[in-house]
Design a protein around this ligand. Sequence first.
Ligand code: C2E
Ligand code: MG
Ligand code: MG
Ligand code: MG
Length: 288
Amino acid sequence: RSKAGGRGTWRFFEPAMDASVQSRRALELDLREAMAKDEFTLFYQPIYDLRMDRISGFEALLRWPHPKRGLVPPDQFIPIAEDIGLITPLGEWVLNRACEQAAGWPSELKIAVNVSATQIRDPRFIEVVASALDASRIAPQRLELEITESVLLGNSAETIATLHKLKAQGLSIALDDFGTGYSSLSYLRSFPFDKLKIDQSFVRDATATNGSKLIVRAITSLGKGLGITTTAEGVETIEQLNQIEAEGCNEVQGFLFSRPVPATEIASTILNLRGGLARRQLSGAMTG
Ligand code: C2E
Ligand code: MG
Ligand code: MG
Ligand code: MG
């Protein structure tokens, strides 16, 4: 039985597999094929700086346009890519593609790239980052890596050393989804992060529940104390924006400003948000 026989062949020889195992295996095979065929794409979501009142950069978000399943969201395939050892080459592709794209943008705009724990533990990772910077010729100061608390689980000396080496190259490191992981604030002592990204679950509820409001306030004040940037993720309404701004968050990201867009819509997104959100809201209201 060969791979060339296609998915049907595997199913034929393993008739006892239940539906979920079968669909999982189908997804794995599709993922490998997509990698081989270069079928992934990146969308970009603006990060808006409230102090400067302009876009400070874009976050690259991986998309998989599947011929039959449609646009598969990353939450559905990145964990599988991790399991089957595909995240390292896929993550390398993301880094290269994102840097290459950013090379065509105004040079004050940064590019944020999500990296998984597995990628960071790969001994080649520093080299991979250096080579993406080299090939695209963007300044390292324009690249920001977003990691989640899971990367720091176990407080491994190697991981911390890797992060220090990356920072020494000039790029910055953001702690993503802050507050949702197995948060131990001691992480903030082991490594000098440049940014805390407040998870969208807190942002969403900040206008509704006192608990979430207080968490946003605490993280913002923590960031201030540490002298680093705080970014609120998932801002969808004006009310949330007002709340977040009142708490003193530095940056916001969310559907209120823009959904993640394909590379072809970067220029129009920059134009839309030039002059701030007010004008955009106004023109949105006028065009219905
Ligand atoms: P994340 O890094 O926390 O990215 C933010 C997620 O929130 C994105 O989902 C984005 O589309 C979504 N989002 C942004 N604004 C709003 C909003 O106002 N409302 C709502 N409801 N959602 C909003 P997405 O693109 O589905 O990505 C999900 C997660 O997948 C990311 O969370 C990140 O952890 C992971 N991911 C995405 N791209 C990559 C990648 O290239 N490599 C790795 N390792 N992980 C990635
Ligand atoms: Mg992120
Ligand atoms: Mg996040
Ligand atoms: Mg997330």
